[in-house]
Design a protein around this ligand. Structure first.
Ligand SMILES: NC(=O)c1ccc[n+]([C@@H]2O[C@H](COP(=O)([O-])OP(=O)(O)OC[C@H]3O[C@@H](n4cnc5c(N)ncnc54)[C@H](OP(=O)(O)O)[C@@H]3O)[C@@H](O)[C@H]2O)c1
Length: 274
């Protein structure tokens, strides 16, 4: 195959942007998406001949997703790799977060990914080849207080991808979930503080402590480039795994989760985030 085409959702910032740039340098024709793109922004790499074209996509809209993917197909006629990365975070206690905010969280992180994947599947099936990489989170395996809806949306995504992997393996489509831990991106400032900014909330003080801790850890976390590198490794792997955590410490934490009694993990999460 002379050209490799990658679609990276949420490529205007953070992990998606770093992944789009990394793939471009490896010679990919990259279509990066953003709600704000005007379909004209192109950067290219002389050496690899790869490029990034930014296209408009809102993952919460059927029409927008179908139109963006139609656009890529009109230009390239194929999509070899999907990195389903677009996502947001909502923080707040379960009691204080409105159902509307909870639904929005799922609409972006879960249904947003599902919408893009469903649109790409017939293309990859016809090609008899494809790679789908969904960006979940360590919080998609270990639920964190005051990020319940974020964790729940990523748990749901993990379940979806696990089943998808079986269903599409006969069509030579390989599915992997990448689980970053704290990563220094726009995620922290883009996080919606759903509630609890109200001092009358019974959760107020614990929530404030918890969110400060989250923000501090993210701002001192891994670089998005290190996650991009891992995503590329998965893309070129002949037999990629179902799940992979980004970074040694997170691999170790998830490994220990399997070995240690649940109460030890509960104690640690409580100590850190409550
Ligand atoms: N940062 C972390 O600590 C961390 C840890 C674990 C997992 N993750 C996951 O990594 C992924 C990327 O996050 P990031 O850290 O790189 O955050 P980020 O810097 O805030 O980037 C988020 C990207 O998602 C896009 N996006 C958000 N809502 C969208 C929507 N409705 N439709 C289309 N695009 C949308 C944004 O694009 P526009 O605003 O331009 O549309 C942006 O490009 C997310 O799935 C996140 O859950 C992050």
């Amino acid at each position: 195959m002379e050209k490799k085409v990658a679609l990276v959702t949420g490529a205007s910032s953070g992990i998606g942007k770093a992944t789009a740039e990394y793939l471009m340098k490896k010679g990919f024709h990259v279509y990066g998406t953003s709600r704000k793109a005007d379909n004209t922004q192109i950067i290219s790499d002389q050496e690899s001949k790869g490029f990034i074209t930014m296209i408009q996509m809102d993952v919460t809209s059927d029409k927008s997703v179908a139109s963006a993917i139609g656009d890529v197909m009109a230009r390239e006629g194929r999509i070899d790799v999907l990195v389903s990365n677009a996502g947001t975070g909502i923080a707040g206690s379960i009691e204080d977060t409105s159902l509307e905010d909870a639904k929005y969280q799922f609409e972006t992180n879960f249904f947003g990914s599902l919408r893009v994947i469903r649109e790409v599947l017939p293309i990859m099936r016809k090609q008899k080849a494809g790679r789908i990489i969904a960006i979940s989170s360590v919080a998609g395996v270990i639920s964190i207080p005051y990020q319940a809806h974020y964790s729940a949306s990523k748990f749901a995504l993990e379940g979806l991808m696990e089943a998808l992997r079986y269903e599409v393996a006969p069509f030579n489509i390989k599915v992997t979930v990448v689980e970053p831990g704290d990563t220094k991106t726009g995620f922290t400032s883009n996080r919606l503080i759903s509630a609890n900014s109200n001092e009358t909330s019974p959760y107020y003080e614990r929530f404030q402590r918890s969110i400060k801790r989250m923000e501090h850890d993210e701002m001192n976390g891994a670089s998005p480039e290190s996650v991009a590198q891992l995503i590329y490794k998965i893309i070129i792997k002949k037999n990629p795994p179902l799940r992979t955590a980004a970074g040694f410490q997170y691999k170790a934490i998830l490994f220990l989760k399997k070995l240690l009694p649940a109460r030890i993990l509960e104690f640690a999460v409580n100590k850190l985030y409550n």
